[in-house]
Design a protein around this ligand. Structure first.
Ligand code: F3S
Length: 278
C-alpha cells in the first residue's frame, strides 16, 4: 500500500508555538504550579501528555491565588492581564502572533473612538478574547443575518475577522456591510494556515483511494477536513491509531493522511507506522 501525507497536516504555527512554550516552561519551572487557562489545545491525547508533565487546567484566572498561567494560542482579553498584574500571577503569553495582531488593532482603534465589528463566532475563545480589547463593545456576527437587526449610525467602524473564518463568507459579509455603513475599514485578518491545510488535503484526496483524517473528537477543523475529503474518496475520521479499521483500510492500494490543527505529530506518526506495517 502506498501512503501519502498532506503537505500541510497537524499543528499550525500558533498551536505548535503554544505547546512548545508550555513544555519549555514545565521543564524549566518544575517546582512551580503551572496552569493553562482552558485546555491548551483541542486534543485529549496532547492535553493528557501535558498533564503528565505537570500542566493543570483552570477555567478562570480567579480560581488560583498564585503560580504561572499560560495563555493559549486563542488569546484572552485585557482584563486577564490586568487581573494577573494586580494579583501577582505570572503570565506566559502563548497567544498566536496573528491573534495578537488583531487584538492590537482592536485596542488601538477602539481607544481612538472607532466602533469595532468582529466577523466571527461570538462564542469562540479567540473572539471572546478579542472583544476583551474593546471593553466587550464589539458588534459580532458570523453571517449576514447576524447583522440584519443592527442599527448602524454615521460613526466610523473598523472590522476585524476571526483567523479561521471562511474567506467566501467573509467576502459576502464585507459586501453587505459596505452597503450599510458609509465609513468602514476592513482588516482581513484570516490566517492562511487553515486554508493551506484544507487545500493540501483536498488535493491529496483526489489522488488516493482513501483518506485517513486524524484529529480530536471535539475539533471542528478536523471534522471539516473529513467532510471536504469525503467528496473525493472514502474517508475515515480517527482520533488515534486504535480507531484504524485495518481490515477495511488494507483493501486500498493508496491511502492519504490529513490531520487537524491540534493533532500532535506523535499521533500522526503512530498512524503512519501502523499503515506501513500493513
Ligand atoms: Fe495562529 Fe493561524 Fe494557527 S492564527 S493559532 S497560526 S490557525
Amino acid at each position: 500500500m502506498e501512503i501519502f501525507i498532506a503537505e500541510h497536516a497537524g499543528y499550525c504555527y500558533g498551536v505548535k508555538r503554544a505547546v512548545d512554550t508550555a513544555i519549555k516552561n514545565l521543564e524549566k519551572n518544575s517546582a512551580k504550579n503551572i496552569y493553562s487557562l482552558g485546555p491548551l489545545i483541542h486534543n485529549d491525547q496532547a492535553v493528557e501528555v501535558l498533564k503528565e508533565k505537570g500542566l493543570k487546567v483552570i477555567k478562570e484566572i480567579a480560581d488560583i491565588e498564585s503560580g504561572v498561567v499560560i495563555i493559549r494560542s486563542h488569546g484572552v482579553g485585557k482584563s486577564i492581564y490586568d487581573y494577573a498584574e494586580e494579583n501577582s500571577i505570572s503570565l506566559v503569553d502563548a497567544t498566536c502572533p496573528f491573534v495578537k495582531k488583531i487584538q492590537k488593532i482592536v485596542y488601538k482603534m477602539h481607544k481612538s473612538g472607532n466602533n469595532i465589528i468582529i466577523i466571527g463566532d461570538k462564542d469562540h475563545p479567540e473572539i471572546i478574547g478579542i472583544n476583551g480589547w474593546c471593553n466587550n463593545s464589539a458588534i459580532i456576527g458570523k453571517s449576514i443575518s447576524d447583522f440584519e437587526e443592527i442599527r448602524f449610525n454615521k460613526e466610523k467602524y473598523v472590522v476585524v475577522v476571526q483567523t479561521t473564518m471562511n474567506f467566501k463568507i467573509y467576502e459576502e459579509i464585507k459586501k453587505y456591510l459596505e452597503g450599510k455603513i458609509e465609513d468602514i475599514d476592513f482588516n482581513n485578518t484570516i490566517c492562511l494556515a487553515t486554508q493551506k491545510r484544507q487545500s493540501s488535503s483536498i488535493e491529496l484526496s483526489k489522488k488516493v483511494d482513501a483518506m485517513i483524517v486524524v484529529g480530536g473528537k471535539h475539533s471542528s477543523n478536523t471534522k471539516k477536513l473529513a467532510d471536504i475529503c469525503m467528496v473525493n474518496c472514502d474517508t475515515y475520521l480517527i482520533e488515534t491509531v486504535d480507531d484504524l479499521e485495518i481490515e477495511k483500510i488494507s483493501a486500498y492500494n493508496s491511502v492519504g493522511i490529513a490531520a487537524g490543527a491540534s493533532t500532535p505529530d506523535f499521533i500522526i506518526n503512530e498512524v503512519i507506522k501502523k499503515l506501513s506495517d500493513i
